[in-house]
Design a protein around this ligand. Structure first.
Ligand code: NAD
Length: 459
């Protein structure tokens, strides 16, 4: 089972209830009542909308496609979250992902709430005109509830800048005269998208890791070495030695994170394995990541799948089984492909001491508990993969102002915002027995609860 965000919210509230420093002005019976209200508000969505899009296919057949928009919470700002096109989309999954967006935005001080959308299709089964129609219908059916100040969708699995451009175009036709540029983010640059948006998540994922093992570990070296703490010891150990990385998934996120690792001169790391939907490529001396990135750009996104393709591309690597990557003898594993990759079935074979979640929920609850007990350092999705939504916020701002930032400015603002989150979260990792995921969730729940209380929503 993927991490159940509602359950982690409850856990966080239980800890906060006993914390005398949190909302000290509410005590005894009123405190119990306020926390009961928080439990129900934060673990349920404000709205779940479901429609059946009526689509006329190219062969003139008329079909109905189930589609969702879930608006979890907007106490911090307009709802925000991607639209997923996948055959396994279902209501519970969309609610779970919308909840995660509320928490992620709260954690990183992005002034948005949480939402998520989904359409139950395998996009590969539709041609481009049919996909264009599905996008337009999605906007038509949900046009009353989305908009730049209400709910701002973005791409997710199965959707990209192309779909956001189409959707924004449709929104503009339905709402003439409105500032339509802020209605969708993740658009193409020519259509009002932000420079740097494509790389933002992958760069942010590697930055989250580098910040802990280099910036934080260097600044806090003495403090960490005085701690009698296994995790502090492991961080200091990795900081100064040569170590190896494997990256699962070599798409937008994984390829950028791998390239950041390859180019990093602050840590002595080497990417020795990468995988995609077909294969794992392995080289114990380190893979030539820039050449692999070039290959995937030129060859429809997939990695070389055999010795001939590797030789033609001038890449030295061995082809091994796709899922073998997860259990390789490496120090650090970046999960940048899909949900539910480290599970009860393979958790005991995982050798990495550090796992960075680039994808959402790649570790199931059972595996998360097991690995935390074993002392594996898990940098959770909510902390690591927020680069995308932070730059989406910058895109929304730029669209409103119709003033566009240079790429360096975008990354500078993104990293500053993430750094401020790390400075709150990382020091807490060593002072108690909570995992990074629990600390992040608690921080988000604390922020949301405080704002809900101050807006008078708990009476
Ligand atoms: P993508 O489609 O560009 O890349 C996915 C990669 O994973 C591809 O290389 C694909 O071949 C590979 N893959 C698929 N199945 C695999 C398997 N079983 N084993 C190994 N590799 C496999 O997607 P992306 O934008 O890189 O996103 C990756 C994940 O991160 C997705 O789950 C996405 O929802 C999540 N995410 C992405 C962003 C973003 O801004 N891109 C933000 C937050 C979360």
């Amino acid at each position: 089972m993927p991490i159940n965000t509602g359950a982690v919210v409850h856990e966080s509230l239980n800890v906060l209830f006993d914390d005398d420093l949190f909302l000290p002005e509410i005590q005894e019976k009123p405190r119990e009542k306020a926390f009961r209200a928080l439990r129900s508000i934060l673990s349920t969505p404000n709205h779940v909308s479901k429609s059946f899009l009526r689509i006329t296919l190219e062969n003139d057949e008329v079909i109905r496609i189930p589609a969702f928009r879930v608006q979890h919470n907007n106490v911090l700002g307009p709802y925000k979250g991607g639209i997923r096109f996948h055959e396994s989309v279902n209501e519970d999954e969309v609610i779970n992902l919308a909840t995660l967006m509320t928490l992620k935005n709260a954690l990183h001080e992005v002034p948005f709430g949480g939402g998520k959308g989904g359409v139950v299709i395998d996009p590969k089964e539709y041609d481009v005109r049919e996909l264009n129609l599905i996008c337009k219908k999605y906007v038509q059916y949900f046009s009353d509830i989305i908009g730049p100040d209400k709910d701002i969708p973005a791409p997710d699995m199965g959707t990209s800048a192309r779909e956001m451009d189409w959707m924004m175009g449709e929104y503009k036709s339905i709402h003439p005269g409105e500032n339509y540029r802020g209605s969708f983010t993740g658009k193409s640059v020519v259509n009002g998208g932000s420079l740097g948006r494509r790389e933002a998540t992958g760069k942010g994922v590697y930055f989250t890791f580098r910040y802990l093992f280099h910036n934080f570990a260097t600044e806090q070296q003495t403090w960490l070495s005085e701690r009698n703490h296994l995790i502090a010891k492991n961080i200091l150990d990795l900081k100064d030695r040569n170590f190896t990385i494997a990256v699962q998934g070599f798409g937008n996120l994984g390829s950028v994170a791998a390239l950041e690792a390859y180019q990093c001169n602050q840590l002595n790391n080497k990417v020795i394995a990468v995988s995609d939907r077909n294969v794992t490529l392995y080289n114990s001396d380190g893979l030539d990541i820039p050449t692999l990135v070039k290959f995937t750009i030129e060859n429809n996104k997939d990695l070389p799948i055999n010795d001939k393709e590797l030789e033609d591309a001038g890449i030295k690597a061995k082809v091994i089984g796709r899922d073998d990557l997860l259990t390789l003898n490496v120090d650090v594993l970046f999960l940048a492909a899909l949900e539910d990759q480290v599970t009860k079935d393979n958790m005991e074979e995982i050798q990495a001491q550090v796992i960075v979640e680039g994808a959402n929920a790649p570790i199931t609850t059972d595996a998360d508990n097991y690995l935390n007990q074993k002392g594996t350092i898990i940098i959770p999705d909510i902390l690591a993969n927020a680069g995308g939504v932070i730059v989406s916020y910058l895109e929304w701002l730029q669209g409103r102002e119709t003033q566009y930032y240079k790429e360096e400015e975008v990354f500078k603002k993104q990293f500053e915002q993430m750094e401020s989150t790390f400075d709150t979260i990382y020091p807490q990792f060593f002072s108690n027995t909570y995992t990074l995921r629990q600390i992040c969730y608690r921080q988000s729940v604390m922020k949301l609860s405080d704002v809900l209380y101050r807006q008078g929503k708990l009476y």
